[in-house]
Structures are given as C-alpha cells and as structure tokens.
Design a protein around this ligand. Structure first.
Ligand SMILES: NC(=O)C1=CN([C@@H]2O[C@H](COP(=O)(O)OP(=O)(O)OC[C@H]3O[C@@H](n4cnc5c(N)ncnc54)[C@H](OP(=O)(O)O)[C@@H]3O)[C@@H](O)[C@H]2O)C=CC1
Ligand SMILES: CC(=O)C(=O)O
Ligand SMILES: [Mg+2]
Length: 568
C-alpha cells in the first residue's frame, strides 16, 4: 500500500521505471532493525551489534528490555487521548513485537482498554485516517476464484489460528466494513498476550464484501470496497471458497474464530462449518462461556443453583441467544431435565419486546426456542416487573437501556440483583457501573463488557467485573491448539466456563468480584486450556498422542515468551 500514484494499466508508478522489490532472507544490519519480529532496539548487546552489522546504526548505550518497557510506558501514559495510546501501541507492535507483548503482558489491566474495547472501537471507526502499515490479510470480492493465492501471500506458513470478520457488526458500532480489521488484529494480540499463542501463528483476516455504511462509502479515506454488501449466493460462494482455501493451505487443524459478523450470517456460517472445520463463533459461544462462568461464580454470592434463578436478556441476537443456550445446557446437564424445560427459566426481549409464542411467525430461527407462552410485553421495564428475573443481562448493543426504573425494579425484587451490561464499547453499555451501584443502593452485583473503574457508594468501594469473552477465547484457543483438537463441541465451552470460575478466589468473592483479575490472565488461560484439552481427550476430539499427564504444565510450556532471545 504505497503512497504513490498507481497506474492501473501497467501496475507501476506513473513516469517511473519498473523495479523489483527484493530483500535479503537473513536479517542483519538495517534490515534487522526494521524487522519487528527480531528487532530489540537499544537492547542489542555489544556482541550482537558486532555480529549482525549493527555497529553505528544504534547509539552507543545498551539498554535492557525492562528499561525499554519503563520508557515506553512513560511515553504512553503521557498521551491523554486513548486513540493516541492505541496508535502508540500499534506503532510499537510494528517496530518491536517482543517489547509490545512484554509491555501488554506486564501491564495488562492498564493496556487492555487501549488495544481492545473500548479504544479499538474508535480505532476501527477512524481506521481509514489512522491507517499506516497494513496489518492482517484482506480478502475481497475482487479475489473471488483466487483466494488460495491471496492466502499464500501471507509471509508465515505455520498458522494455527485465524480470527476472521466481515466487519458488519463491529462491537455495538454496526457496519464498519473493511475497517473492522482492527478487531481481528486486536483479538489476535490477546491470543498472544493472554493465551500465549505465538504471534507468528496468528492470522487476522477481513473479508471485504462491501459495506452498507453510507458514511464510509462517502469517505474519501475509506480503505474498503466502495459498494454495498454482497448478499446471498455471492456472499456464500466467497465464504465457501475462503473456508476451503484455509484448510488446503493450513491443514485440518487450523482454528478459525468467527468474529463480529452480523447475526444473519453468524449463525448460518457456524452451522455450516462446525462439522467440517475447527471453528467457533466468539460472539455466540465465547461470550456464552464467559457469562456462564460469571454466573457459576455469582452463585457463591447469591446462593442456590443455576436452576433456582430466572434470567432476562435485553437483546436476542448472537450474544443473547448464545448465552441463553449455554445456560440452558448447563442446567439441563446438572439437573437431568430436558433442554426445553431448562429454557423455561430464560426470557429474552428484543427491539420489538418480549420474545413470545404469538410472535413465532415473524421470528428468525435462533429466537424460536425462547418464544415462550406469555402475553406480549413491549418494553423492558414491564418485562422486569412481570417476569421478576434475578439476573438481568444486556446484549442489545444499545447504550443506557437499563434505566433507573429498571435497576430499581430489579432491586425491589431481589436482595442482590445480578446485572450484566455486556454491550461494547463503553458508549453502548446498557448502564454504567456507577448507575448500577447507585440506583440499586449498593445491592447489585455488576459486570460489564467494557471496563469501568471502581465506584465508591456510601463509603464502600465496589469493584465491577469485566464480563468479556477476552477471558475465554485465548485460553480456549490455546487448549484446542495444544491438544490438536479436530472439532469444537459445546462441552468444551462448559469446561472453559468451569475452568475460569475455578480461578476466582475467596479473596475475590469477599470483594463481590465474580471474575478473577486480568493481572493473572496467563495463569487463568493455562487452566482454561487444560480443562478444554482434558474434555477434548475425554470426547475423543484430541489428536495429540500420548495425552500429556499434567495439562496445566503442558499449557504453560506451550506459551510464547516475549523475553528477548540472545542472537548468536
Ligand atoms: N461482553 C462481551 O464479551 C460481548 C459483548 N457483545 C456485545 O453485545 C452487543 C450485541 O451483540 P450481538 O448479540 O452480536 O448483536 P445482534 O445484532 O446479534 O443482537 C442485538 C440484539 O439486540 C436487540 N436490540 C437492538 N436494539 C434494541 C433495543 N432498543 N431494545 C431491545 N433490544 C434491542 C436486537 O433486536 P432485534 O433482533 O429485534 O433486531 C437483537 O436481538 C454488542 O454491543 C456487542 O459488542 C457481543 C459479544 C461479546
Ligand atoms: C467482545 C466482543 O467480542 C464484542 O463486543 O463483539
Ligand atoms: Mg465480538
């Protein structure tokens, strides 16, 4: 993606002689300094500088990685605008990959909101303007018939995980088209930082089938195809070609994570490929697993079992119905009741009101299991008063829907209402942490998709949890990869939920926290990975033989380290 004026007829720059772009294959000297995977900047030792033709290309001082880390953190903290911090982090990733990951791992609680939600949302919205070097692989409608060739342009061969989006439902921000690339890039950074998957094994992909976002179509800096979204056969054929090409290029065991597709494609893609590929949809399944884990933990504070509770969702799309289905599955397994019976404790509200049987004719297939017999109810407050849920979960993608009346109604029904405002980014959260604690008069147990700071209410400090699939997918993916899993089974998601819930300590519970702190996420991911792999072995889905005895230790041993290697 050069800045020159390209002459489309001969592929060259107008008025210039054609040249061959060439490079040396072993990095040394200037090339080594410009290679983010191997660059150490000022931390190259005297011996390395001498051996690799770096003498004179760096100032004389030799730094440590720790000192570099301190310097970068100082620089990042000086930026007050979150997007500036995001750009600084991406610049670092493109300059010195190991330093980027060392910093992200060591300051995960501080930097997660920078490289991930909420800031990544703004980065996607402004992607065209902040775009510097391309990250990830773009496959567009123009590549139809040659998707395999495009995949082969990616410089790495040993890919283990792909996160792919078509950009139609980026967080709760809607259709951002090709600019959705920020999401697979961000998710895969977390695969490495939080789950320990090697960066070179991660491939972010955006499938560009156009956008229906008129603002982007009118934007001169928009980087994607300037056309409306392809639908139907044209869309399906490109995705089919993509899925086939991925398997041809990377083999049977390549893990594909679908991310931020709109629900009309998300469910059908998952259903189409779950039996032929190692795939999962993070928004449907990863989210379900993290929320179920939060519920299992919350039972320690609320008492009772899952089946003693009544659940009400605002939002009946991917996240809402995905979570609802996994809760029902867990209830059904634990109580021995049928899944249909288990579903009766779970209710969903969508943009047209409570999902009920009289609406069946007009409901999409994924809402049908939730269309219980009930009078129609048109709004959330009435639904809360009528259904009397103990757990209220927001998955609408629309901000500030949990009004004071809604939270007060939840608090009058329950001694400790559990309220989850899962929509991202922060602007789309159904309520803020402060609103949840203040309006419930300190009674609520609260978690949100994007982070909120602790809140002081009547001299007591309340620490909100972050219910985000980022707790699950890195460890889940590591578990699948390390045991050579061949397919994703719902029981693996249940195992991941239990793995995460088992990491919440008594100290956390004493503070009312239902998710463990992100500061210990690598340890948490190793435990999730072990649980997932263990279940995969039990179900006959793991191909790595023999089964390692200690799966937690094995997971830890598979994890990427960002510490600089010493070059010969
Ligand atoms: N915390 C986390 O880890 C995750 C959070 N999310 C967040 O969840 C949100 C939703 O994602 P997803 O489920 O994929 O999106 P979908 O588009 O699949 O679903 C959105 C649902 O919300 C409903 N809805 C929209 N507006 C309203 C309204 N005003 N009142 C009531 N219901 C409404 C829609 O109704 P209808 O069907 O009638 O159109 C639909 O059922 C996003 O903000 C996303 O960021 C998603 C995944 C993970
Ligand atoms: C977290 C996430 O996956 C989402 O908001 O879409
Ligand atoms: Mg998502």
């Amino acid at each position: 993606m050069g800045d020159g004026v390209v002459d489309n007829n001969n592929g060259g720059v107008q008025g210039c002689q054609l040249v061959t772009p060439w490079n040396m294959s072993i990095s040394s000297g200037h090339t080594l300094l410009r290679d983010p995977r191997h660059n150490k900047g000022l931390a190259f030792t005297e011996r390395e500088r001498h051996a690799h033709y770096l003498t004179g290309l760096l100032p004389p001082i030799i730094s440590t990685q720790e000192l570099q880390e301190k310097k970068v953190m100082q620089m990042i903290r000086q930026y007050e605008v979150p997007l500036q911090r995001y750009i600084a982090m991406i610049d670092l990733q493109e300059r010195n990959e190991r330093l980027f990951y060392k910093i992200l791992i060591d300051h995960v609680e501080e930097l997660l909101p920078v490289v991930y939600t909420p800031t990544v949302g703004e980065a996607c919205q402004k992607f065209g303007s902040i775009f510097r070097r391309p990250q990830g692989l773009y496959i567009s409608l123009k590549d139809k018939g040659q998707v395999l060739e495009v995949l082969r342009n990616w410089p790495e061969r040993n890919i283990e995980v792909i996160v792919v989006t078509d950009g139609e439902r980026i967080l709760g921000l809607g259709d951002l088209g090709c600019q959705g690339m920020g999401i697979p890039v961000g998710k895969l950074s977390l695969y490495t930082a939080l789950g320990g998957v090697r960066p070179s094994a991660c491939l972010p992909i955006t499938v560009d089938v156009g956008t229906n976002n008129q603002k982007l179509l009118d934007d001169e800096f928009y980087i994607g195809l300037k056309q409306n979204r392809a639908r139907g056969e044209e869309y399906d054929e490109l995705l089919e070609e993509f899925m086939k090409a991925v398997k041809i290029n990377y083999g049977e065991k390549i893990l594909i994570q679908f991310e931020d597709f709109a629900n009309h494609n998300a469910f059908s893609l998952l259903n189409r490929y779950r039996t032929t590929h190692l795939v999962f949809n993070d928004d449907i399944q990863g989210t379900a697993s993290v929320v179920l884990s939060g519920l299992l933990s919350a039972l320690k504070l609320l008492g009772g079992t899952l089946s003693d509770h009544t659940f009400l969702f605002l939002g009946a799309g991917e996240a809402g119905t995905g979570i609802a289905e996994l809760i029902a599955l867990q209830i059904s397994k634990k109580t021995g009741t049928s899944i249909e019976e288990a579903r009766k404790k779970i209710w969903l509200v969508d943009s047209k009101g409570l999902v009920v049987s009289s609406r069946k004719e007009s409901l999409p297939h994924f809402k049908l299991p939730w269309a219980h017999e009930h009078e129609p109810i048109s709004n959330l407050l009435e639904a809360v008063k009528d259904i009397k849920p103990s757990v209220l979960i927001g998955t609408s993608g629309v901000g500030r829907q949990f009004t004071q009346e809604v939270i007060e109604a939840m608090s009058s029904i329950n001694e400790k209402p559990l309220i989850m405002a899962l929509s991202n980014p922060t602007s789309q959260a159904e309520c803020t942490a402060e609103e949840a604690y203040t309006w419930s008069k300190g009674k609520a147990i609260f978690a949100s998709g994007s982070p909120f700071n602790p809140v002081t209410y009547e001299d007591k400090v309340f620490v909100p949890g972050q219910a985000n699939n980022a707790y699950i997918f890195p460890g889940f993916g590591l578990g699948l990869i390390m045991c050579g899993a061949t397919r994703v089974h719902d029981d693996l998601l249940l195992a991941a939920s239990e793995g995460l819930a088992s990491q919440v300590t008594d100290e956390n519970y004493a503070k009312g926290i239902i998710f463990p702190p992100f500061s210990s996420i690598r340890n948490i991911s190793a435990h999730i990975a072990a649980k997932v792999a263990d279940k995969a072995y039990e179900l006959g889905l793991a191909s790595l033989q023999p089964r390692p005895n200690d799966l937690v230790k094995f997971a830890e041993s598979c994890m990427y380290s960002p510490v600089y290697p010493i070059y010969r």
